[in-house]
Design a binder for this molecule. Structure first.
Ligand SMILES: Cc1ncc(COP(=O)(O)O)c(C=O)c1O
Length: 398
C-alpha cells in the first residue's frame, strides 16, 4: 500500500516535468543552453560560424589573459583537479588562505572566505547571519541567490522599492521592531546595470542598526579604485558589514567570496551550511582568481578599456533610440517591453552574429522584458561596429 502511494507521487512529478509549459516553450524556441564549439575571448564558435559574445560577464576580459591561464595551469599540475571535499572535513589548502588574504586586503577587510560558486557565497552571506525572528530589508530586485539565502534564514522579509532609500526608510518605520535587522542590496544590479544608492542607503542602515550585506558580483572589478567595487567607489568601505561576490565575472574564474571582519567570518565558518557541507574551491579556479586579482592591480588598461567600450556601446544604443533602463555600468539591458518583441529581436541578433540572452517576465518586472547584454574590455572596435549593424537591423525588423 505504502509502496503504491509513493509510486503514484513519483509519477505525478514525472508528469509535471513532461507537461511543463515553460520547458516546452524553451525547447521549442531554444533560446538558451546553446553549445559553443569553441571560444577565444569575445568570439565564440556556434553551429560552425563565429559569433560575438555579448552576454558573458568577463568584464575585464581576463579569462584568456596569459598570466591567468598560466597560473591556473600551474596550480592544476601542482595540486590536481579537485579539493574533493569541504575544508572542514579534509582541510584547507595553502592557496585558499592566500587567496582569502589577498581578497580581504584588496577590499579593506580583516578576513574573507571563498566558496566554489558565487551563488553559494552570496546565499551564505545572508543565510549564515540572519535567523528566525530577525527582519531582513531587501531591495525588490536582488538576485535569486540572495532570495534563497533569505528563505533559508527563516527571517521575516520586508521588501523596499528598487534602489529607493526613501521607501527603505518608510518600510523600516512601518516595521517598527526591536528584532535584529539586516539589509540586503546589490552594488550593481545585474539585470538593470543600476548602481546602488549606497550613500543614502548605508546612512539609513547605520541609523537603524541594520547589519548590511552587499552583493557586489557586478561592481567588483568594474567600480572603485582598481576595481575594488561599489562601496569603495563611494568611499564607504567601512559602512558595509559584509561584501560578497562572484569570481566568475571580473576575476575570470569560478567561485565566490564573503569578506568582512574577522569575527563575522569566523561565525560564518561555524554556521554556514554552504561552507561546512560543500567542497572547497578547486586549485585551478583559486589560482586563476589570484592571478586576475594581481592583473587588476598592475594593468589598469583593462579597466580603462572596459569603460571606453561601455561608453562607445551606450552611444550606439542611444543613437538607435533603444531603452537601456538607465544602466550606469557595463551591464546593459535593452528593454523591449514584451516577450513578443524580445524573442524576434534576440533571434535577429543571433542570425547577424551577435549572441545575447533574453529575460522575460516574471524574471523581470512586467513590461520590462529585455535583452541582457554586457560589455567586456576585450570587445574590439570591429566587434562593436558589427554589434551596431546587427542592432540597427534588428530594430528595423521589429
Ligand atoms: C548579483 C549576483 N550575485 C551572485 C551571482 C552568483 O554568482 P555565480 O554565477 O558565480 O555563482 C550572480 C550571478 O549571476 C549575480 O549576478
Amino acid at each position: 500500500m505504502a509502496l503504491s502511494f509513493f509510486a503514484k507521487n513519483k509519477k505525478a512529478i514525472q508528469a509535471r516535468c513532461r507537461d511543463d509549459y515553460p520547458t516546452k516553450m524553451r525547447l521549442k524556441y531554444a533560446p538558451f543552453y546553446h553549445a559553443m564549439d569553441g571560444q577565444k575571448g569575445t568570439c565564440v564558435q556556434l553551429h560552425g560560424r563565429d559569433v560575438i559574445m555579448l552576454s558573458s560577464n568577463d568584464y575585464l576580459g581576463l579569462s584568456f589573459h596569459p598570466k591567468v591561464v598560466e597560473a591556473a595551469r600551474a596550480a592544476l599540475l601542482k595540486w590536481g583537479t579537485s579539493t574533493n571535499g569541504a575544508r572542514i572535513s579534509n582541510g584547507s589548502r595553502r592557496f585558499h588562505l592566500e587567496l582569502e588574504e589577498k581578497l580581504a586586503a584588496f577590499l579593506g577587510r580583516e578576513a574573507c572566505h571563498v566558496h566554489a560558486a558565487g551563488y553559494l557565497s552570496c546565499m551564505s552571506a545572508v543565510a549564515s547571519f540572519a535567523q528566525k525572528g530577525d527582519v531582513i530589508f531587501a531591495d525588490k530586485n536582488i538576485h535569486s541567490c540572495l532570495w534563497d539565502g533569505i528563505r533559508l534564514s527563516m527571517a521575516t522579509v520586508e521588501r523596499f522599492s528598487h534602489n529607493n532609500p526613501d521607501d527603505l526608510r518608510t518600510v523600516i518605520a512601518q516595521t517598527g521592531t526591536d528584532a535584529p535587522k539586516m539589509l540586503v542590496v546589490e552594488g550593481v544590479y545585474s539585470m538593470e546595470g543600476h548602481i546602488a544608492r549606497l550613500p543614502e542607503i548605508a546612512e539609513i542602515a547605520e541609523e537603524n542598526g541594520l547589519f548590511s550585506v552587499l552583493d557586489d558580483a557586478h561592481g567588483f572589478g568594474v567600480l572603485g579604485r582598481q576595481g575594488r567595487g561599489t562601496a569603495d567607489s563611494f568611499g564607504l568601505n567601512d559602512k558595509v558589514d559584509v561584501i560578497c561576490g562572484s569570481m566568475s565575472k571580473s576575476l575570470a574564474s569560478i567561485g565566490g567570496f564573503v569578506a568582512a571582519s574577522q569575527e563575522v567570518i569566523d561565525y560564518l565558518r561555524s554556521h554556514s551550511k554552504q561552507t561546512t557541507f560543500s567542497a572547497a574551491l578547486s586549485p585551478a579556479q583559486a589560482a586563476a582568481s589570484m592571478a586576475a586579482l594581481e592583473v587588476m592591480q598592475t594593468e589598469p588598461q583593462h579597466l580603462e578599456r572596459l569603460w571606453a567600450n561601455t561608453r562607445k556601446y551606450k552611444a550606439i544604443l542611444k543613437n538607435l533610440g533603444l531603452d537601456t533602463w538607465e544602466s550606469e555600468t557595463p551591464a546593459v539591458p535593452i528593454v523591449l517591453g514584451s516577450k513578443e518583441r524580445v524573442y524576434p529581436f534576440w533571434k535577429t541578433l543571433l542570425d547577424r552574429g551577435v549572441f545575447t540572452v533574453m529575460s522575460i517576465a516574471p524574471a523581470v518586472p512586467a513590461g520590462k522584458d529585455l535583452i541582457r547584454t554586457a560589455i567586456s574590455a576585450m570587445h574590439t572596435d570591429e566587434q562593436l561596429e558589427k554589434i551596431a549593424e546587427a542592432l540597427a537591423y534588428a530594430m528595423k525588423k521589429l
